[in-house]
Design a protein around this ligand. Structure first.
Ligand SMILES: Cc1ncc(COP(=O)(O)O)c(C=O)c1O
Length: 399
């Protein structure tokens, strides 16, 4: 059978990360390539208790079909929490529970983008979202990143130059993959530019609660008085990615369309998982849980930084991060990055080549991404040592 595919998916490729996972599945390979929460970060005991309680008290509620908008109690509690703690959600906004934040990207793009519309993205940016945008045949335009977030002049140039720009996609906190956090000034600048040029902002914030250093910076959505920001949140990095519970907070007319689209995709997000998230947020000490996560990642990051200093500095450089799960490492210009990453796998350590995160994968890139949350402490240190040995060989020194 010769299969024929839609134009929409014809050019889609499996993400480089998924490909790399094949190598990472080898038990001998140390994977610094994933983006998973640390095994010790899961509140497994509490979730077990909550699930048992739900089945004792409301088994049919947990097993029956539910409403597309999301489990009503979770919607109510989550919106109140986001309003109180993050000033997110005005009278013109609504909340929709989704199957992970990934589905927010999908539903929002489906609702607002036509084929050929332009989506402005930070370069580099999260592969999962870029592939979603590509699947709707949107044209991606990468805007360079600076130490304090997206380049505002690059953004304004693109807004002046490009026709049919629909929205800017941004990950302001501990960005995946660069680890960069956008300054408050830039957040205001981005919002003002979006307002001036009449585009929307898709603000993706899966890592915001994982700040282990520095001061909290308000979300762009928190100063949205015009209804131009769609906010994507998720429980993936703070409770469990396997439960697939995320959420969108944004202007009601757009959410209404996203709800119709969701009906055609998965009817509703897994109701048992939604009930568990709701109980965990409301009946357990959620803030103490978040504080515990920050402590886990603060220690892991300190370990990774120390190993990087010892094994890769000063030839490899990186932007120090204040939260999240990733470090973006830049090799000297003399070393070919894709070859370095391939050879690293042969030495049994796996990192993600940076060009996988670009809007155009063929653009030059000397960086790779390291994840410090998933490996054990021993694997993290050993993995970085192996990278250091390879680096010294490449630079012609002694291993
Ligand atoms: C920046 C970013 N956005 C969205 C997601 C998707 O998260 P979810 O598991 O909620 O779909 C991820 C997952 O790694 C991510 O890094």
């Amino acid at each position: 059978m010769e299969y024929s595919f839609s134009d929409r998916v014809l050019e889609l490729k499996p993400s480089a990360i998924r490909e790399i996972f094949k190598y990472a599945a080898d038990p001998e390979v140390i994977s610094l390539s994933a983006g998973n929460p640390a095994p010790e970060a899961f509140p497994s005991k509490a979730i077990g208790e909550i699930a048992a309680q739900i089945f004792a008290q409301d088994p049919i509620g947990a097993l029956q079909y539910s409403v597309t908008e999301g489990y009503p109690a979770l919607r109510r509690h989550l919106l109140a929490y986001m309003q109180k703690t993050h000033q997110i959600g005005r009278a013109f906004d609504e909340i929709l529970i989704t199957s992970g934040a990934q589905q927010v990207m999908d539903l929002f793009t489906k609702s607002v983008c036509n084929e050929g519309d332009v989506i402005l993205c930070e370069a580099p940016s999260f592969i999962g979202s870029l592939n979603t945008f590509r699947s709707y045949k949107a044209r991606l335009c990468g805007i360079p990143m600076e130490e304090d977030g997206i380049s505002l002049s690059g953004l304004e140039d693109a807004l002046k130059r490009e026709k049919h720009v629909k929205f800017l996609y941004t990950i302001p906190n501990f960005q995946n993959p660069s680890g960069i956090t956008m300054s408050l000034e830039k957040r205001h600048g981005v919002y003002e530019l979006a307002k001036k040029y009449g585009i929307m902002i898709l603000e993706d914030n899966p890592y915001g609660d994982l700040r282990f250093a520095g001061e909290h910076i308000p979300a762009i959505k928190s100063f949205d008085e015009e209804g131009i920001v769609m906010y994507a949140g998720t429980f993936s990095k703070v409770i469990s990615p396997g439960m697939r519970v995320g959420y969108a907070i944004g202007p009601k007319p757009i959410l209404q369309k996203m709800i119709v689209c969701k009906q055609g995709e998965d009817v509703h997000t897994n109701i048992l998982a939604q009930m568990i998230c709701d109980e965990f947020m409301t009946k357990y000490d959620y803030d103490a849980h978040l504080a515990g996560l920050r402590e886990i990642y603060r220690k892991k990051y300190a370990l990774a930084e120390e190993a990087l200093q010892k094994n890769l500095a000063p030839d490899v450089t990186w932007t120090p991060v204040e939260g999240g799960l990733f470090i973006w490492c830049t090799l000297p210009d003399t070393i070919d990055m894709p070859t370095f990453c391939k050879e690293a796998v042969l030495r049994k350590v796996c990192v993600v080549p940076g060009n996988a995160f670009l809007t155009n994968e063929n653009d030059p890139c000397h960086a790779f991404r390291i994840n410090f949350s998933t490996p054990t402490d021993e694997q993290l240190v050993r993995g970085i040592e192996l990278l250091g040995t390879l680096l010294r060989e490449k630079l012609g020194g002694k291993a």
